[in-house]
Design a protein around this ligand. Structure first.
Ligand SMILES: [Zn+2]
Ligand SMILES: [Zn+2]
Length: 245
């Protein structure tokens, strides 16, 4: 599995919004900076098969209209799968309408939408196994675990971990966890992320979505005291198994 951190930042900070690209095919979250970050990778948009929207906060969704309409301009014909919270299709219609007065009908390709709460047992996409777990955030928000050929990555997205998050993250090669900081309700922290990595027997921990009010290096030290194999990814960093071990 090859992972690209398109962004590692929170909503209003100095880094691109948190978004991860898996094998150039699966896009996890799509904030306002995501299309620009994909362009920097010279990513062919047609190669993206699936988009996962963890929740409907703008730093995770507002880049979707640009992604869909840029794909249309590039004559995409391949169907695109989108996974997200309850009310997903209506939300995509709203986003297209408010940003460009367009609708799903105007796209040159089909959107196949899946509401994550309907997928309690998880699902598959080609060779990938997908599992989901609700976090404790200010609105409905899901974590995702993706496995393929004995490798596994888990992305918590926003919110404090739950027992379900611990369960889907089990034995991940890499856990990408929100670490906004202590003292913010509905968020996780470096310490909680490290505890999640420890309890889920993950092999490495990437801290993302750290509050702009916190010092990243200090947060990393807090995590390392609990879970040694923690690191701070940067925007546009690509990692693979070779990097992690
Ligand atoms: Zn966020
Ligand atoms: Zn959020």
């Amino acid at each position: 599995m090859i992972l690209t951190f398109l962004g590692v930042g929170e909503a209003f900070g100095q880094f691109a919004n948190t978004s991860i690209l898996v094998d150039g095919k699966l896009l996890l979250d799509c904030g306002p900076h995501t299309l620009l970050q994909l362009r920097k990778q010279q990513q062919d948009l047609k190669e993206i098969e699936l988009v996962f929207l963890s929740h409907f906060h703008g730093d995770h969704t507002l880049g979707l209209p640009a992604l869909l309409l840029a794909s249309r301009e590039e004559n995409r014909e391949e169907e695109l799968k989108i996974f997200g919270p309850s009310g997903l299709r209506e939300k995509i219609e709203d986003l297209l309408e408010i940003s460009y007065r367009k609708s799903i009908e105007d796209l040159s390709f089909e959107l196949d939408t899946f509401e994550v709460p309907d997928l309690k047992e998880g699902t598959t996409h080609k060779d990938y196994k997908l599992e989901f777990a609700q976090t404790t955030h200010s609105i409905e928000c899901c974590s995702i675990a993706i496995s393929k050929n004995g490798e596994k990555m888990t992305y918590t997205s926003d919110g404090a971990p739950t027992e379900d998050t611990v369960s889907i993250a089990s034995d991940s090669n890499i856990l990408i966890a929100e670490a906004y900081g202590e003292g913010f309700s509905g968020h996780s922290s470096a310490v909680k992320a490290a505890e999640l990595a420890f309890r889920s027997h993950s092999k490495s921990l990437a801290l993302v979505h750290i509050s702009r009010t916190k010092n990243g290096a200090e947060e990393l030290e807090k995590a390392k005291r609990i879970f040694k194999n923690s690191f701070l990814p940067t925007d546009s960093l690509t990692v693979s198994k070779t990097f992690l071990f």
